[in-house]
Design a binder for this molecule. Structure first.
Ligand SMILES: [Zn+2]
Length: 435
């Protein structure tokens, strides 16, 4: 009879056990199965309550029958905390203190407004259990263990499924993507994968096509969102140009996207080192310098923006100079593979990377300022090849590294498989079904 009660009460947990519970816990998984909770240690008085709140109405008989626990659902208000939540149901301050002393206490104390805690207490307001669902797939549970508590992290196994969407551009990529059943997230991901190759806003024309194989995530048979793109094919220029993209993974980590020949879809350099681009001065062999009041070449590109705007290093490389230079103010020089060097001037301050550090494309190496010779806050950016200044806005950048040797065999197999899958789907058929 008792086990039926327990089962009913924890039916949500039973269900997840059946579907597949993934436990990140130092304990054996059987010990954590909710149905075994009847095998708790022998009842002991709540020491915290006795020692810290001796004046309160202390009970030395603790009720351990789960059927008699009271369940409270508490939504964290503005300025709320675990302490205020527990206090609101008369759990002693001593118990709260005890929880904050646990090694992983932060898992339960880092609460956000609107988070919901489910708290179980026995009839003497002794805390028994807290459930904190952090997300759809992650939850933290605090349980009474003797006279102390233990926090467990429980992560649900997400089922990954594969889906295909195809379409032809009739309107805009976004609208046609939506029509083909793509989520906003996957539409953005697709634009990201091709960011160096295709301008989805200006370049796609009526009649261009797209096919996408992508991951979707399910929890307990319920769709919870899209995952990454596995492979894609986009045609441009009246279907004359075909752009393939295949994901390369190493274990759980996605390394990047490559074409059928293993060429990286990323370029070795970002076009611009700041996100919201406002170019205030372009590369000119000669110009009238506003501060020096002299005719002088402008051998870089200026990006205007508020002081503090992050500056991203445009390619992988090593910081070979970080310091002060006349004219440049606070500036950084990055040496990239081979003959390339980039320079970033007038910074208000530097990022966390120092001279000698290796940086990766996109890392924030500093912030826009107006140090050195500058009339207003901006970034002065230079791109040099073998010491010769080039116009980064007109450069044809080299591709980033191709598929590394150790992945080549696997990548070839996987990409050919994906390509044959992509070719099985006709975007025209898809269109026909709409008519
Ligand atoms: Zn400049």
């Amino acid at each position: 009879m008792k086990s039926t009660l327990v089962r009913n009460k924890f039916s949500w947990a039973t269900l997840t056990v059946l579907v597949g519970l993934f436990l990140i816990s130092p304990h054996s998984s059987t010990a954590n199965l909710p149905l075994e909770r009847t095998a708790l240690p022998l009842p002991q008085p709540d020491q915290a309550k006795i020692s810290n709140n001796a004046s309160q109405n202390v009970q030395d008989v603790t009720e351990f029958s789960e059927a008699e626990w009271q369940e409270h659902t508490i939504k964290i208000p503005k300025n709320g905390s675990l302490g205020t939540a527990l206090a609101s149901i008369n759990v002693s301050a001593g118990t709260t203190h005890k929880i904050t002393q646990l090694k992983d206490s932060r898992l339960l104390t880092d609460l956000r407004v609107g988070d919901t805690l489910t708290i179980w207490v026995d009839k003497y307001a002794n805390l028994q259990k807290i459930l904190y669902p952090k997300s759809k797939t992650l939850r933290y549970e605090l349980q009474k263990q003797g006279d102390s508590f233990e926090i467990r992290t429980i992560e649900e196994q997400v089922e990954v499924r594969t889906e295909v969407a195809t379409g032809t551009i009739t309107d805009s990529f976004y609208m046609d993507g939506k029509r083909a059943g793509l989520s906003a997230k996957t539409i953005m991901n697709l634009a990201d994968v091709y960011t160096w190759d295709i301008d989805f806003i200006r370049e796609l024309r009526q009649g261009d096509t797209f096919k996408v194989i992508y991951e979707t995530h399910y929890l307990n048979n319920e769709y919870i969102g899209d995952g990454e793109i596995i492979a894609a094919q986009v045609t441009t220029n009246n279907q004359r140009e075909i752009h393939n993209a295949f994901r390369l993974k190493d274990g759980d980590k996605t390394i990047g996207y490559y074409d059928e020949k293993g060429k990286n879809l990323k370029k070795a350099f970002l076009r611009n080192p700041v996100d919201y681009v406002r170019i205030t001065s372009t590369f000119k062999p000669k110009r009238f310098h506003p501060v020096l009041k002299k005719w002088r070449a402008h051998r870089g590109v200026d990006y205007g923006g508020p002081i503090g705007t992050p500056i991203h290093v445009t390619g992988n490389g090593k910081i070979v100079f970080r310091g002060w230079g006349r004219g440049y103010g606070n500036y950084i020089k990055v040496q990239h593979a081979g003959k390339y060097m980039t320079v970033y001037g007038h910074m208000s301050r530097f990022g966390k990377y120092k001279k000698g550090d290796w940086v990766k494309q996109g890392d924030t190496i500093g912030y826009i300022g107006m140090t050195g010779l500058a009339t207003g806050p901006h970034l002065h950016y230079e791109f040099r090849i073998n010491g010769v200044h080039k116009d980064p806005l007109k450069m044809k950048f080299p591709s980033a590294n191709p598929v590394a040797k150790k992945y080549q065999t696997g990548f070839k197999q996987q990409s050919q498989l994906m390509l044959s899958q992509l070719e099985r789907y006709s975007p025209d058929l898809q269109m026909a079904s709409f008519e």
